[in-house]
Write a protein that binds this ligand. Sequence first.
Ligand code: PGA
Length: 272
Amino acid sequence: MHLNEKIAKFATRKLLNNHIIMRKNIVAGNWKMNTTKVDGVALAQEVAALSEQTPAEVGLIVAPPFTHLCAVGKALAGSKVELSAQNCADHVKGAYTGEVSVDMLKAVGCQWTILGHSERREYYGETDEKLVEKTRLALEAGLGVILCVGERLEEREAGKHFDVCASQIENVLYKFSAEDMKKVIIAYEPVWAIGTGKTATAEQAEEIHAFIRSRIAAKFGDEVAEDMTILYGGSCKPSNARELFAQKDIDGGLIGGAALKAADFIEIAKSF
Ligand code: PGA
């Protein structure tokens, strides 16, 4: 991006009718079901060390598996990298075998949880109704929520991608308040681009990001919408991050595969 475009982008981010826009650039790593505790701690140490090379205003988050949240949290201590879970239970506590509650996540130092990832929607029957409960519990516990939305290939081919994203946002986030939105990040992840090597073009992604922001504005007003961080996810890597992040409504990335290599993850975070 040319310097004058950069300045223009910065300026539009700064003020909206005297409202200082709070939107943050963030790169979050979703490790999915990868790494053992030993590998995960080593990766986290490397990310923490390299994070010093990233611009101060770029936020970094990593989401390791439940089993090593605690150890990874310790490895990140003193760095700017924040800790996220990949999911949480839809109940507070009790007889829910195999589930992990928001209080448990808080107690091991999580600041965030990813919710509604397409793999959870697809393989584990995650519905919007469940996501409302999970979002409510996470926010009440003081966790930030990274809510994933995105269409499948057949939905895009049928031209339904706007409708799919709108309903995923409306069914969940419209149940909450404008104040709650301060603790929410949206990740747009077209299912056909996740782990496939196929990235949405910067134009395709920007079109949906702008649309998502307009859906937030429709319910919560322009200021809340302008403050909302909206990440792109789906085969985002060092070679395409710059072009994606240069778009007006793309505020960073939710990174899967490329987050498993500290150098690639950090390179992406330097792409704003
Ligand atoms: P990917 O995954 O970067 O490996 O495509 C992104 C995600 O699912 O969050």
